[in-house]
Design a protein around this ligand. Structure first.
Ligand code: HEC
Ligand code: HEC
Length: 268
């Protein structure tokens, strides 16, 4: 009998099995959602620890120390200080020692016994939240930001084969290393995205063949067709100029890592 599908029938055993599986899946999902296995839920800090946290901030400890990857690099990460110190007593003793006398690179702090004990509570409770990993926020080299942006913009405004060869030449010759789109390039080299509009073809040709040795601009040996490719790419860059410069500016700022974004443990 073509065209009429057989209704799906299950024997009672299979039906019970299917039902059990569905109920099981529901329970598993509920457990995953509410049990918080990755540990977002923690008991709130005690009053003493909260005072300790306030001291930590008001004395700018975070300018040199990290907690869960947020903060400075001069001193060691303090997320798991308590764990490293063993028990509360030795933690309090070490804190007293380092905070009252300081060290070569860490200033001494005038704190009362009560304040030091609040800090000790903070570090003890902080340690229970998890293991901190030092995060190194390093700005990628400017030329890498520039290259990434060029690749991104080429998706919207594809490079002609000629301009693509120009890009290749620019990368080979290292123009990108010196002519960044931010006016802060090495030796104050002109913004590469502005060369096409600021210089005539003849000027470009003569700068490239002769270089400007006294200013650090190397001379290049370019074939005539290579010069044309370079021009095509510089024209493309010129077209993308305003967006590229803005994008470069934003990327530079963003990669600096913003310590202003408060992580969750700061406001709990
Ligand atoms: C100017 C930077 C700076 C500031 C500000 C600073 N520290 Fe430090 N801290 C250091 C350095 C550097 C060390 C490593 C000790 C050394 O080698 O001198 C250190 C070590 C420590 C240690 C010992 C860590 C360990 O694992 O042995 C503790 C605890 C500590 N600091 C707590 C604090 C607290 C709490 C504050 C704020 C009240 C603070 N620090 C402010 C730079 C700083
Ligand atoms: C080692 C760094 C460096 C490299 C690599 C480099 N330049 Fe330069 N370039 C400079 C400096 C420095 C100047 C001088 C800026 C000035 O006049 O003050 C300059 C000047 C120029 C000028 C003249 C700009 C003006 O405003 O008069 C042009 C055009 C130019 N470079 C193009 C290029 C191109 C295209 C490449 C790659 C094929 C390249 N440069 C590679 C450093 C470099």
């Amino acid at each position: 009998m073509l065209g009429s599908a057989r209704p799906l029938t299950l024997d009672p055993r299979s039906r019970r099995l299917l039902l059990a599986m569905l109920v099981g899946a529901f329970c598993l999902q509920t457990w995953l959602i509410y049990s918080d296995p990755i540990g977002r839920e923690h008991p709130p800090l005690s009053a003493a620890a909260t005072r300790g946290r306030a001291l930590y901030h008001s004395h700018n400890c975070q300018s040199c120390h990290q907690i869960f990857g947020f903060g400075g690099f001069l001193g060691p990460d303090l997320t798991n200080l308590a764990r490293r110190r063993g028990d509360t007593e030795s933690l309090a003793r070490d804190l007293t020692q380092i905070l009252t006398t300081g060290s070569e690179r860490m200033p001494a702090f005038k704190l009362s016994d009560g304040e030091r004990s609040d800090l000790a509570s903070f570090f003890t409770e902080l340690d229970r939240l998890g293991v901190g990993q030092v995060r190194i926020t390093e700005t990628p080299p400017a030329k890498d930001i520039f290259k990434t942006l060029i690749a991104e913009y080429a998706q919207h405004d594809p490079l002609t084969p000629e301009a693509a060869e120009g890009l290749w030449l620019v990368e080979q010759a290292g123009c990108i290393n010196c002519h960044l789109p931010n006016g802060r390039s090495t030796f104050a080299a002109t913004d590469l995205t502005k060369l096409h509009s600021q210089l005539s073809e003849d000027q470009l040709r003569s700068v490239l063949t002769e270089g400007i040795p006294e200013k650090g601009m190397p001379a290049m040996k370019l074939q005539p067709t290579q010069f044309e490719s370079l021009l095509a790419f510089l024209a493309w860059l010129d077209r993308q100029g305003p967006d590229l410069r803005q994008g470069f500016h934003d990327a530079e700022n963003a990669s600096g890592g913003s310590l202003l974004d408060l992580p969750w443990f700061e406001y709990r």
